[in-house]
Design a protein around this ligand. Structure first.
Ligand code: XIL
Length: 329
């Protein structure tokens, strides 16, 4: 590996998910990634709609370029995601026949998992399958196109197919809002545990739960609940990782220093709770620098200041939570 920071031997790998176009166009950004990351993964390019613009096509090229670059430098990588409610291409959602939907799901996972066999250490098999508020009617699973066509069994089907297609890849349930204090978050954690047990009862293997960890500066991280969740998963033989860490700051008033201080508190609390439960497989940020982030598109600040969700600022300078992260990993 060409990463001198690795000489410090971090106990838990640090990684980033980034877009291939940003990575390829921006040499300074690429150099930062090479210096800092033990793991690099495509954030969008393995999503169904980007990979499969039409039914016969598989656009492996962009993700391949990043995965191969990472491998050639001794970095790990991972796959995101086989099943998600978002970014399904129109041709997919036009399918009405459940048998056809099942064929597409199985074929998709087989082809993609086999293509990356031995190159991706883990896969988000399902992403965001728990309802936003699982206590509401219609829950606990999210109402998605896959569920409407195939029912809850699409989750088992996805795990069974992935297990067969790449037996060496770790299989992950990835989801959001699992980090905070309050009854909705308690319910979401409980539903993840329930889903893990259900899949295990069917003889399926769940290797890890991915905590997206899109933190919010204004929502309190529940360290105790997070630690308990990590221990409960461990008792089931299931690991965990932070899969999409960033800090959403649209509710914080003040200047850049105030925003960064609030973000540092959130990340510090989160890592304390995470590590108290069990040692994570990796901590992965969603992006790495404020130069490229999804947050301004989804949750912009109303005061006109730029969002500051990531460990490096837009000029690629480390922010306070980068130091915290490095101390705790
Ligand atoms: C986001 C990407 O960062 C954006 O570029 C894209 O337009 C939408 O998706 N949870 C997830 C990720 O699992 O796939 C999402 O990524 C962010 C929220």
């Amino acid at each position: 590996g060409a990463n001198p920071a690795r000489a410090l031997a971090p106990r838990v790998p640090f990684g980033a998910a980034v877009q291939v176009d940003h990575f390829e166009a921006d040499a300074d950004y690429r150099a930062l990634i090479e210096r800092e990351c033990d793991l690099l993964m495509p954030s969008n390019e393995l999503k169904f709609g980007l990979l499969r613009p039409t039914r016969p096509e598989f656009w492996f090229d962009p993700a391949d370029r990043m995965v191969n670059w990472a491998r050639s430098r001794g970095m790990m990588s991972r796959g995101h995601a086989f099943v998600w409610w978002s970014t399904n291409p129109p041709w997919l959602e036009a399918i009405r026949d459940p048998a056809d939907a099942e064929r597409v799901l199985v074929e998709h996972i087989e082809r993609v998992a086999e293509h990356y066999r031995g190159r991706l250490g883990s896969w988000d098999v399902v992403n965001e399958v728990i309802a936003n508020d699982p206590r509401e009617p219609g829950g606990p699973l999210r109402d998605t196109w896959w569920r409407r066509r195939l029912g809850a069994r699409h989750i088992s089907l996805a795990f069974r197919t992935a297990m067969r297609a790449d037996p060496s890849a770790k299989l992950v349930i990835n989801d959001y809002d699992l980090e905070f204090e309050g009854p909705r978050y308690d319910a979401r954690r409980a539903e993840i545990l329930h889903l893990v047990r259900q899949l295990q009862d069917e003889g399926l293997r769940v290797d890890m739960v991915g905590l997206q960890a899109h933190l919010y500066s204004h929502i309190k991280v529940d360290r105790e609940a997070l630690a308990r969740f990590g221990r409960d998963l461990k008792a089931l033989g299931v690991g965990l990782l932070a899969s999409e860490l960033d800090v959403i700051d649209f509710q914080v008033r003040g200047d850049a220093d105030a925003i960064d201080a609030a973000a540092e508190r959130s990340v510090s609390d989160f890592l304390d709770g995470l590590f108290a439960g069990q040692r994570p497989y990796a901590v992965i940020t969603w992006g790495i620098s404020d130069r490229y982030t999804w947050v301004p598109d989804a949750m912009p600040r109303s005061d006109g200041q730029p969002n500051r969700p990531l460990p490096f600022d837009a000029a690629l300078r480390p922010k306070p939570w980068y130091v915290t992260l490095r101390q705790k990993l």
